[in-house]
Design a protein around this ligand. Structure first.
Ligand code: NAD
Length: 291
């Protein structure tokens, strides 16, 4: 396929490189970075989008996505797929999809999980909102860039799935870390705590697969000085998106809200910026009861 790729950062760069390696003709544009090997450079987003069968965007936020969309939609060919893989707010995703629909394009919102290592390895999971035809048209691209693509319903539902998943993830990580810190103060050995919880009803992905305690459980960022992994800053972004969405539809999400507040304190007022989101454990470890 002829592919335009806009936003060649930590995620977009390796995703575009994998598409080129698989034999697709990829033309890329980024305001800052240069395209990876195998990807041709365009001198604007519109130039990258012109004549493409599919245009992929991998951008920081909804405002930037909307401005790029306004630039590329008029340049895109009728019937082409506009595949946005950024994590953005549900409202922006639906607004961009409406603009693309009105211009005769096939929009998909397809945020990912799997992080930078998943982008490099081509093992991302895509959560996809949009039409059946569009989903089928780019199924091969999902196969190259990822290991799984779940069609979640109409436009915006990919973003909805992503923020619901990450709201569970953020709240569960907080719960896992505070439980370890409590166990420490009760004199319960961390290995014993892991052995019990990982095989009991408190088990979770954060405990079993991504244990925040160094030296316990499988290898995780905790074993690497809490270098990300999945950065606390990105968790904060996703938790904020979840609360923005919850507010828009009047949903009661107290755990997600509290997790957002804790990550905001951690990233903006403590020493969490640039650390993995599991570094909540040393944060709790160093604190006394506050509530
Ligand atoms: P990044 O900052 O490394 O990359 C974003 C790129 O977009 C940058 O290179 C920037 O120069 C470019 N850009 C910004 N405005 C532009 C414009 N107007 N035109 C062209 N290029 C522009 O960020 P990233 O880590 O690659 O993340 C991209 C998206 O993926 C975000 O929405 C993020 O939330 C999501 N995401 C990231 C991860 C992760 O682990 N990094 C995991 C899942 C999802």
């Amino acid at each position: 396929m002829k592919i335009g790729f806009i936003g060649l950062g930590n995620m977009g760069g390796p995703m575009a490189a994998n598409l080129a390696k698989a034999g697709h003709a990829v033309t890329g544009f980024d305001l800052v970075t240069t395209p990876p090997d195998g990807v041709a450079a365009a001198d604007s987003a519109a130039a990258a989008a012109t004549g493409a069968d599919a245009v992929i965007t991998m951008l920081p936020n909804g405002a930037i996505l909307k401005s790029v969309a306004a630039e590329i939609i008029p340049a895109m060919s009728q019937g082409a797929v506009f595949l946005d893989c950024s994590t953005v707010d549900v409202a922006s995703a639906r607004e961009v999809a409406d603009m693309a629909d009105a211009a005769g394009l096939m929009p998909l919102d397809a945020p990912v999980s799997g992080g930078i290592s998943g982008a490099a390895a081509g093992t991302l999971t895509f959560m996809v909102g949009g039409g059946d035809l569009a989903f089928a048209a780019v199924a091969d691209l999902f196969d190259v860039m990822g290991q799984k693509a779940v069609h979640c319903g109409p436009s915006g539902n990919g973003q909805a799935a992503k923020i619901c998943n990450n709201m569970i993830l953020g709240a569960t990580m907080v719960a896992t870390c505070e439980a370890f810190a409590l166990a420490d103060k009760l004199g319960l050995d961390r290995q014993a705590m892991f052995d019990v919880v990982s095989t009991s009803s408190g088990y979770s992905w954060t405990m079993n697969a991504y244990c925040p305690a160094p030296g316990i459980g499988p290898q995780s960022p905790a074993d690497n000085g809490y270098a990300p992994g999945f950065a606390a800053d990105l968790m904060l972004k996703d938790l904020r998106l979840s609360q923005q969405a919850a507010e828009a539809v009047d949903a009661d999400t107290p755990m997600g809200h509290r997790a957002m507040e804790l990550y905001a304190d951690f990233v903006e007022h403590e020493d969490g910026a640039g650390k993995d989101f599991s570094a909540m454990l040393p944060r709790f470890e160093s604190r006394r009861r506050s509530a």
